[in-house]
Design a protein around this ligand. Sequence first.
Ligand code: PNS
Length: 171
Amino acid sequence: MIKRAIYPGSFDPVTKGHLDIIHRASKLTEELIVAVLQNSSKSNIWFSVEERINLLKHSISELDVENCKIKVIAFKGLLVDLIEREDVDVLIRGLRAVSDYEYEVQLDLTNKQLTKKEFETIFLNSSRKYLYLSSSIVRDVALHKGELKYFVTDYVKKELMKKVDEMNGKK
Ligand code: PNS
């Protein structure tokens, strides 16, 4: 059993694919830190970090988690600094298609270069159901008023539709 693992990401917004990884990771570790990147270099972020944390907390509360303490936090700066600070043993990342692999290896090797802290990276393959899913695809479906129930929880769906209305100046 792993003592403390971290699952970092942008989560803009959390999808059922992320939740599947969180649920599966919760069976491997005593404690799981879901870390939401605050200062993302991504240009098209829809939700503030507080909103993303709220969506995550709400969605995680609906998961059937048994013996794992899950906490959701925001982080700024380098992931390895957080890994050192929180004394994390394992970094969890989800892998969808082969296209994710190259980026993930780059991320992992960079992280390992940046710290002396020893930690392992574990890649969890996406479940077949969520292989195609990404937050950006979800935002696009929301923008065009497509059906979101396969991709996100009801709560996230509601918040996504509110955000689209806000962006369209409806409020
Ligand atoms: O869900 P994402 O957007 O693919 O997550 C990427 C994330 C947040 C894990 C990555 O961008 C990250 O760790 N950013 C923090 C900055 C950092 O440590 N950069 C150096 C490694 S590339």
